[in-house]
Structure formats: structure tokens, C-alpha cells
Design a protein around this ligand. Structure first.
Ligand code: PBG
Length: 327
């Protein structure tokens, strides 16, 4: 039935009817707030490439997380910026390292806030890569299997400290299985795994690398993160992670990969997370500052589109702000 019988504008002309037929909803309960934590006390260091975002010390992190929780956001994901970086990422696996201490402080002060931890070596290595570098055929590459025990030990340190979910973001093959086994062997079989399953090598991580002080010191991450030309391969990555025991699978970044979010949700029907990354945030902030876009409208539109594509959970630097606006 076509025009003039059908007129789709009939339901568009008034706000009340638009609301009634809106297909997609986005609520605070679906959001995760990423937070950066560093050593020290009383710290609140601005991140210049991510205006409005800060590096916190454990004490101020607890205060900030309290505000996030009060806004109605159910979860935070923590990224650590340790004082000490070395080739072997020793501070990443320390049971009394920065993130375990942050987790313990958060769980004590805010027991109902879910604490997710990012599990990856790049913030802890002096070379800034997500795994262990080796020399192969005259080239420096990241060795997959030497990296797995380090990731498992790191996840274990986080889970033992009380992390509610651990989230490996390194893209090594087999790391979900290695972490699952390590947790299960330590009587932590109840701790869920959210894997960065389809994580693409992306220009949109640039601001994060300033925030986390983790740019690679040689080469780039294309030897382990995915090629953005590949959608079918993303489904294979997701399938592998699910077989290895991932409970939630993530697509990252979000806005340039809405098709991947959609395909993952349609194909597997499992809980899907999407990460609106630092570069997506920085683009909105920069354009809004220049007066070129309406900031609030752009935040709502991008987050809603990620949800419409099929994401159940969205990790976004706007989590607390969005939650405050909608509550
Ligand atoms: C660690 C990690 C990165 C991000 C999340 N975890 C950086 C990277 O892989 O280079 C990016 C998050 C963002 O850009 O907001 N590997």
C-alpha cells in the first residue's frame, strides 16, 4: 500500500506520537564508563586530546566512580597507567598493582557498582605493545603464545582483587581460553569474561594512547588487531571467543563498525558490547567546540545508532553525562 493511503509522516508530526512509536531506547543501565587510573594521591590530570576526561589516582577515582554510580551508570571499566613500565609488563601481573588496588578500593566503597578491568599489556610495557615482542626473520613481532600466560596472570590478579568482569583487549589468539582456564583453576569460575572480540586496528584509538600513555614504540598494532576491511573475519573472531568461553563479546570501535555489530548480534544472539572509543569522543568534542555540530544531539544520535545496530552494552566516555540527562 503506497501513497496516498500510506503516509509515514502521519506519525512523525507530533512529539508525543514520535515518542510512542520510537523503536530504539537507550538507558543508563546499558552504559559503561571508562576511567583512567594512575599512581599518586589527589590526582585529577586533564587529558588534552579528550577534553572532560581525566587520569585519576585511586582516592579520586573512588570519588569519581561515586558520581558515575549516582548518575545511574551500573559499571565502570578501568585502565591503569602504572609508574613503572618494562619489557615484561611486571606491574601488570602484580597482585598489589595499581588496578588490583583500585578494584579493592572501589568494591569497598561502592559494592553495587560493577567493576570491569581491561586486560592488556600495552599500558605496562616500555615498548607499548599488547604482547611479548620477539625477533623473527629480522623483524620485531609480537609472540602470541608467550603473551597468553601474562594475560592470564593479569586477569587473575584483577579477579582475585574482586573485579566483577575481566575484559581482554589484546587480540592474541586463544587468550579467552587461557584466561578462562586460569580463573576456573583458581575457583573463580563465576567471574565473567567480556572479550574485545572484534577489535580493529583503528585510527580512532589515538587519543586513548595519550590518555593511557601507551603508544607503540615501534611498528603498529596491525599484526594483532583486525584489518578494517574484514567483516567475515570479525564473525570468526567472535565465534572463537564464544567457543573459548567469552560471556559478552565486544565490537570496537563502534561508529565505523555498525555493520559488524549488527552481524554479530544477528548471527550469535549473545550479549554484545560496543565501544565508542576515544577518537569518536574527540571528534564530537572538537566539532562541537568549533560550533560545527550540536554536541548533545550528536551524543544522543551516535549512541542511539550503536544501540539500533544491536549493541546491548555501550562503553562510552559519555556514560555518566548521558545518564544524568536521561534520569
Ligand atoms: C588496550 C586498549 C586500547 C583501547 C582500549 N583498550 C588501545 C589500543 O588498543 O591501542 C582503546 C580505547 C579508546 O580508544 O577509547 N589495548
Amino acid at each position: 500500500m503506497a501513497f496516498p493511503i500510506t503516509r509515514l509522516r502521519r506519525l512523525r508530526d507530533t512529539a508525543v506520537l514520535r515518542e510512542m512509536v520510537a523503536e530504539t531506547t537507550l538507558e543508563a543501565k546499558d552504559l559503561v564508563q571508562p576511567l583512567f587510573v594512575r599512581e599518586g594521591r589527589g590526582e585529577r590530570r586533564a587529558i588534552s586530546s579528550m577534553p572532560g576526561q581525566f587520569q585519576w589516582s585511586v582516592d579520586t577515582l573512588v570519588e569519581r566512580a561515586g558520581e558515575v554510580a549516582a548518575a545511574g551508570v551500573p559499571a565502570v571499566i578501568l585502565f591503569g597507567i602504572p609508574d613503572r613500565k618494562d619489557a615484561g609488563a611486571t606491574s601488570a601481573v602484580d597482585p598489589d598493582g595499581l588496578i588490583p588496588r583500585a578494584v579493592r578500593a572501589l568494591k569497598k566503597a561502592l559494592p553495587d557498582l560493577a567493576v570491569i578491568t581491561d586486560v592488556c599489556l600495552c599500558e605496562y610495557t616500555d615498548h607499548g605493545h599488547c604482547g611479548v615482542p620477539v625477533e623473527r626473520g629480522g623483524r620485531r613481532v609480537i609472540d602470541n603464545d608467550q603473551t597468553l600466560p601474562l594475560l592470564a596472570a593479569m586477569a587473575l590478579a584483577h579477579a582475585r582483587a574482586g573485579a566483577d568482569v575481566v575484559a581482554p583487549s589484546d587480540m592474541m589468539d586463544g587468550r579467552v581460553g587461557a584466561i578462562r582456564q586460569a580463573l576456573d583453576a583458581a575457583s573463580l569460575s563465576h567471574v565473567p569474561l567480556m572479550s574485545y572480540a572484534a577489535k580493529f586496528a583503528s585510527s580512532f584509538y589515538g587519543p586513548f594512547r595519550e590518555a593511557a600513555e601507551s603508544p607503540p614504540q615501534f611498528g603498529d598494532r596491525r599484526g594483532y588487531q583486525m584489518d578494517y576491511r574484514n567483516g567475515n573475519e570479525a564473525l570468526r573472531e567472535v565465534e572463537n571467543d564464544l567457543q573459548e568461553g567469552a560471556d559478552i563479546v565486544m565490537v570496537k570501535p563502534a561508529l565505523a563498525y555498525l555493520d559488524v555489530i549488527w552481524r554479530v548480534k544477528q548471527r550469535f544472539g549473545v550479549p554484545v558490547a560496543a565501544y565508542q572509543v576515544s577518537g569518536e569522543y574527540a571528534m564530537i568534542e572538537a566539532a562541537a567546540r568549533a560550533g560545527w555540530i550540536d554536541r548533545g544531539a550528536a551524543i544522543r544520535e551516535t549512541l542511539t545508532s550503536i544501540r539500533r545496530a544491536g549493541a546491548d552494552i555501550i562503553l562510552t566516555y559519555y556514560a555518566a553525562e548521558f545518564a544524568r540527562l536521561t534520569s
